[in-house]
Design a protein around this ligand. Sequence first.
Ligand SMILES: NC(=O)c1ccc[n+]([C@@H]2O[C@H](COP(=O)([O-])OP(=O)(O)OC[C@H]3O[C@@H](n4cnc5c(N)ncnc54)[C@H](OP(=O)(O)O)[C@@H]3O)[C@@H](O)[C@H]2O)c1
Length: 217
Amino acid sequence: MTTIAIVGGTGHHGRALARRFASAGLAVIVGSRDPQRARAAVAAWPARGSIDVADNVTAVEHSDVIVLAVPFASVDVVLTDLHAHLRGDSVMIDVTVPVTFTGGKMAMAEPAEGSAAEHIRSRLPDRVHLAAAFKTLPAHLLEAAGEPLDCDEFVCADSETARRRAIALVELLPGVRPVDIGPLSGARFIEHATALAIAINRRHKVDAARFRVVGLA
Ligand SMILES: NC(=O)c1ccc[n+]([C@@H]2O[C@H](COP(=O)([O-])OP(=O)(O)OC[C@H]3O[C@@H](n4cnc5c(N)ncnc54)[C@H](OP(=O)(O)O)[C@@H]3O)[C@@H](O)[C@H]2O)c1
């Protein structure tokens, strides 16, 4: 069975993904800087599937796939802590979006590497396979188990191993079609698409804007 660690699994997006993956039959380890916080968080969730808790390092050491679900501003610190503990065959799925909200105003941080995903790539050991996915789906929709998501989710990677894993994970979500957009540099477009969805939500006073690509076979 695949074991998947969610680094930042106590957060909104991390916990939504953790619960979805556990429901789909994966063994999930919810990672946190504080395992007590993870334990308290998981205890409050409806019981479903195999969910364990650990500090982020232990979670990573015991998993095949790592989902990085922390705020972009904390990525450097988190990756520094994890660096020595990442296995040679590890796959990391980056879900971060470098948006900031100051006084209610949304802005994109513009990482020098071009995107959050490329920034993360530059801080990972070469041996780790990286893909970007789950960047545009809002966490509250993911959390609403049973709600049809009925949308596409974009995936990109330079590593074929990571691309295949990310696509397989997206396929676990009922009603979500993975759309492979190519190399990891495509994360620039995905991350801006998330900002676009947020802007649409705000303009139209809704909360579920997401994407469906037409014209694909
Ligand atoms: N929310 C969404 O709808 C959504 C959608 C798409 C993508 N994303 C992306 O997913 C990522 C997580 O989003 P979120 O809404 O779940 O964020 P969040 O709730 O603010 O944070 C997620 C978790 O990250 C950990 N964390 C927070 N600050 C940290 C720090 N300084 N150092 C280390 N760990 C820290 C915390 O876990 P512990 O305190 O337990 O360690 C926290 O529970 C973000 O990059 C976001 O852009 C979010």
